[in-house]
Design a protein around this ligand. Sequence first.
Ligand code: PLP
Length: 395
Amino acid sequence: MEQAEVLSRLRLSELAPGVVQSEIRAMTQECDRIGGVNLAQGVCDTEVPEVVAEGAIRAIRNGLNIYTRMDGIERLRRAIAAKVERTLGIVVDPDREILVTSGVTGAFQAGAMALLNPGDEVLLFEPFYGYHASTLRSIRAKAVPVALEAPDWGLDVAAVRTAITPKTRAMVINTPSNPAGKVFTRSELEALAEIAEEFDLFVFTDEIYEHFIYGGAKHVSPATHPGMRERTILMSGFSKTFSVTGWRVGYLIADPKWVPSIGYFHDLTYVCAPAPLQQGCADGVEKLGAEFYEGLAREHEVKRAMIVDALRDAGMRPHVPDGAYYVLASAENLPGATAAEKARALLAKTGVASVAGSAFFRPGKGEDLLRFCFAKKDRDLEEACRRLRGLGSEG
Ligand code: PLP
């Protein structure tokens, strides 16, 4: 065989992106380089609850360090079932309907592998979380964006219907959402449930921010709607609630018809979520009650007010989120042709890192928006707010 021919086989797959560095990571690096305040990454640097950390340390010391059962440790599955019943009103069989996963990321990857085929279309509400689109791409399914209506990100039911084709197999509902902080209302979820039933669609729900809810908003789990349980893959986890994004522990709840196949794919990639960290999360779910979750929401509601006020003072017209811990704000007054350029301009002027809004939209959209994460220690958030306000006084 000719040398050139041999070499030509050394190439990336058709799926592999040419540039793998995400814009968020690039901003983080640049921010570190100049010693700025990073509001780009969705990494909460608030404290890990003591019971959670202690539970994991104890588990390591007690030798609970080997592979767990494919669907996770029994104690955690039982604790999740009890919590889901208590907080969402959903009764779940911990032996047949729960899979402990490597975060929501692992849950969605395995769920998509098990339930979708190449070429299947999946509706994503826009602005969407980039991983949802990329995960679908990784299994050769097609993400179909359905625009939510700015500035309040209301659901346009007619647009959902228009987006459906014979190839549509599923929709993803992220509530509360990243990046818009949209909390789908009960009536919006009813409309989506009706559509899901009419067109026989799976519904993947990403409820990772379920406890980050502000003002009068209420988190409603789409699976609670009658007729939705069989078709809903409910995904949530502990990354955000316990500030343990690096632990990689989450879960999904689904009909027993789907769980073994999803578990098969999860096992193939992740084997199991880290054993001692499952134990730590079980301690947290068992021991932390409503006051912990309410405290978390109140604490972040104060942080939301801080960043929203600062962005207003900076003249950046923030969209006030009802949930999660991000704010989208207008970048129209910043120099640059794209949101990525505007984010870099803001970083250079103020030392505050944000994410280009374009990361959350189809190509060509979101270029006038920036996303700011406010799950930060008060000290850092105060400093970021002070720097942002400087932009407003610049005139
Ligand atoms: N889903 C959404 C909407 C997110 O914003 C994030 C993290 O930023 C994740 C999932 C990741 O969750 P996990 O750490 O459980 O994989």
